[in-house]
Ligand binder design. Structure first.
Ligand code: FCB
Length: 447
């Protein structure tokens, strides 16, 4: 391959996963139930009726999976730790067997020269804490900090890059606001307290990290940033897109980097929702300095104003452009624009911690998955990442979502995002053509 877009030396190429989406072993080695274990058992909430009980069985097959990562040449692997494996009831006594799984995983990664990048919370709250109010309850933030502290002590020196939360927006708005995700609560009143307690838990975890001071390790947060565009240039639509930007991005970025919630949004949401119980000192905790920011981005969003929507008075407009199997517009500049969004707040190093696409993959008669659409998606988005660097953005790495087809939350096993195909019946893994493409990109450090 003739490389014309070379990335800076040391640029980190990785793939990302999340515990509930791949591990399986949902009730093994003393693990407690998470809100997802409970949620998937409600009728009708997962489109294909599947669960993550077994998922990719990664809990037992991690060694094989690390080999596949090594074959792809990955420099880093982003995974999440299941809180209920470590503290089955959310707090109290640490479950050694659960912790040992992550120790084995991290060891295997180091043996293959792959940097472990660990997320503390990718949406799988211990059900025991949900039974006491979950993220609506301030106490959950304190339990989260204790859990984080324990992991920094146990694994801090082995994991060079940590993140506190993955996409707090989805947890707050989908988990508690519209109920599409676990814990499945449909209570818009809960959104603000949940946002605040997630951020407080994040800030307390950062404090715990600084107290433990693992050597040479960094801590950050992973944000979902989907550029929010107005569907027309009419002023009400421009204002609508700004409200979406507020609810998805500014509601987190303002407190994290400026120490206050965005006033315009609080005015809108505040009259409809219980005001978040912000206690003196909270905002200082939430805005503790970080080492980097992770950005998950897949597409952009188009909205118009619509006063019938009680929450934000907006209506989503379907894109008039090619989409992925999720119905998400293919819009490579989402990479540049989402990084620029974070840059409005901070000059910290940035990572693309998730980017990728679901398509209808099929096995060829010769057993190959020739996923040309995914390759085109990756190529155009990696090119955009290169453009962002040329524009002066301090982008340090790119993580493809995802290593292997897995349990895609409410979409169950119906959406395949993997570089590697998972045959769920046999748990056979088959690297797709996109895995070979990504291996080339990594080997050349560019396109
Ligand atoms: C992100 C999630 C990840 C996966 C991708 C498709 O929002 O962080 O777990 O579901 O979307």
């Amino acid at each position: 391959m003739n490389t014309t877009r070379r990335f800076p030396s040391g640029f980190l190429w990785g793939a990302a996963t999340a515990a509930y989406q791949i591990e399986g072993a949902w009730a093994e080695d003393g693990k407690g139930d998470s809100i997802w274990d409970r949620f998937v058992r409600k009728p009708g909430v997962i489109v294909d009726g599947t669960t993550g009980d077994v998922a990719c069985d990664h809990y037992h097959r991690y060694a094989e999976d690390v080999e596949l990562m090594a074959q792809m040449g990955l420099g880093a692997y982003r995974f999440s730790i299941a809180w209920p494996r470590i503290f089955p009831q959310g707090g109290g006594k640490l479950n050694q067997k659960g912790l040992d799984f992550y120790k084995r995983l991290v060891d295997a990664l180091h043996k293959r020269g792959i940097k472990p990048v660990a997320t503390l919370y990718h949406w799988d709250l211990p059900q025991a804490l949900e039974d006491h109010g979950g993220w609506v309850n301030r106490d959950t933030a304190l339990r989260f900090a204790e859990y984080a502290y324990a992991l920094f002590q146990e694994l801090g020196d082995q994991v060079p890059i940590w993140s506190t939360l993955n996409e707090p927006f989805i947890q707050a708005f989908y988990g508690y606001g519209n109920g599409e995700n676990a814990p499945g609560r449909r209570n818009p009143w809960a959104i603000l307290p949940v946002v605040h307690h997630l951020l407080l838990g994040h800030g307390l975890a950062v404090e715990a990290f600084r107290a433990v001071r693992p050597t040479n390790a960094q801590i950050g947060i992973v944000m979902l940033i989907w550029p929010s565009h107005p569907a027309t240039s009419l002023p009400p639509d421009v204002a609508a897109a700004r409200r979406v930007d507020g609810a998805m991005h500014r509601i987190f970025l303002d407190p994290l980097f400026r120490g206050h919630y965005p006033k315009d949004l609080m005015f809108r949401l505040g009259v409809r929702m219980m005001r978040a119980p912000v206690l003196p000192g909270d905002m200082a905790i939430i805005s503790r300095p970080l080492d980097y920011v992770g950005v998950n981005t897949y597409t952009r969003l188009l909205h118009r104003a619509d006063w019938r929507d009680p929450l934000l008075a907006v209506r989503k407009i379907e894109p008039q452009a090619p989409t992925t199997a999720m119905g998400w517009e293919i819009y490579p500049d989402c990479i540049v624009e989402s990084l620029q969004k974070v840059r409005e707040y901070t000059d910290l190093p940035l990572y693309i911690t998730e980017n990728g696409a679901a398509f209808e993959d099929t096995l060829d008669p010769d057993g190959q998955i020739n996923d040309t659409e995914r390759i085109a998606y990756l190529r155009s988005h990696i090119a955009a990442a290169h453009r962002a660097i040329e524009l002066g953005i301090d982008l340090r790495g790119y993580f493809a979502w995802t290593l292997l087809d897995n349990f895609e939350w409410a979409k169950g096993k119906s959406k395949r995002f993997g570089l590697i195909y998972t045959d769920y019946a046999t748990q056979r893994r088959i690297p797709k053509q996109s895995a070979a493409f990504f291996r080339e990109v990594i080997a050349n450090n560019g396109l």
